[in-house]
Design a protein around this ligand. Structure first.
Ligand code: DHB
Length: 309
């Protein structure tokens, strides 16, 4: 019932982790492989190991989360070894997320992936909001176009981009026009809403330490923004560019809403952090129950079919 096509893969569930959550170590990745997740993405890699920002750098909030992890990761080679040594042919698709600290670092990693035996899918993260002094690439439209032009001059494996939320329809138009020029396999909308601030009134402090308490917001706070970005791009992108919907997913109903807005796959971040990998069977069961109540036999019966009231 929940079978979903993505590129040449058939996923048994459209639900997977969002990069950054439960995917930094090979042990965590193995937990995802053993779970009901339909696919797996790794923590965004940089060329070298990074310890990340000082703790506390993640906090659960009443309606979601705030984080400023600072790209803590085990380095490009660690993840390349993992994704190359796991022959998941016919099994769960594996997404390798990369987030270079510079243009050159992105090119370095993508060249290495191109030359490697990795046969999975690459996600280029253009939307990390948590590096002090570094703006998000995907808020700089000319730079985004320049990077994609350079990458597609040599990269021939399946590639998608992780995008931040946009808040103006003109920005959807402008970004879609850029993305439509390239043979992208997918976009992933949205990364966290960048640089929120959560205040603990009792102690009169921020709840995380890095960047004076500013951090990326996830969870229920961001769902309407995520659905708008999923559907905004679904309406604007060439149909070959699939959409991964991320943001505010904590129930089968949330997954359904992302699919209804046009998502091909749906990712879970904050709720996975809170609940652990057993969340994937809960969400799949809730989605299947909801589809049954509505009389849908497959996701294709309703994908992208959101109606205007
Ligand atoms: C981090 C956060 C992000 O939202 C992202 O896309 C990449 C890295 C981080 O703080 O580690």
């Amino acid at each position: 019932m929940l079978n979903t096509q993505f590129l040449n893969y058939t996923l048994t569930s459209p639900i997977m982790n969002a990069s950054g959550v439960h995917c930094t170590t090979t042990e965590e990745l193995q937990n995802l492989a053993d779970s009901a997740a339909g696919a797996i993405v790794t923590k965004s890699a940089t060329k070298h190991f990074r310890v990340g920002n000082p703790h506390p750098r993640y906090a659960d909030l009443p309606l979601g989360s705030i984080n400023s992890t600072g790209l803590a990761n085990n380095g490009f080679d660690y993840y390349l070894d993992y994704v190359s040594s796991n022959n998941l042919e016919g099994a769960k698709p594996l997404f390798f997320s990369v987030a270079g600290m510079t243009f050159e670092e992105n090119l370095y990693m993508l060249n290495k992936i191109q030359a490697s035996s990795f046969t999975g899918i690459t996600e280029l993260n253009l939307s990390c909001p948590n590096l002090p002094g570094k703006p998000q690439i995907a808020y700089d439209f000319p730079l985004t176009e320049q990077i994609l032009t350079k990458i597609f001059s040599f990269f021939t494996k399946p590639l998608g981009v992780k995008l931040p939320p946009y808040f103006d329809l003109v920005h959807f138009d402008q970004m879609a026009k850029i993305l439509n020029q390239f043979p992208l396999a997918f976009i992933n909308s949205i990364n966290s809403i960048g640089n929120g601030l959560y205040v603990d009134t009792a102690t009169e402090t921020t709840v995380i330490k890095p960047k004076d308490g500013f951090g990326g917001i996830g969870g229920a706070y961001v769902k309407p923004t995520a659905l708008a970005n999923v559907n905004g791009f679904y309406q604007r992108l060439n149909p070959q560019i699939k959409i991964i919907g991320t943001g505010g997913v904590n129930s089968g109903q949330d997954v359904f809403e992302h699919l209804l807005c046009g998502a091909q796959i749906v990712q879970v971040g904050t709720a996975l952090h809170r609940e652990g990998p057993q969340i994937f069977s809960r969400l799949a069961n809730e989605l299947a129950d909801l589809m049954e109540q509505k009389g849908y036999q497959s996701i294709e019966d309703f994908r992208g079919k959101i109606k205007t009231s």
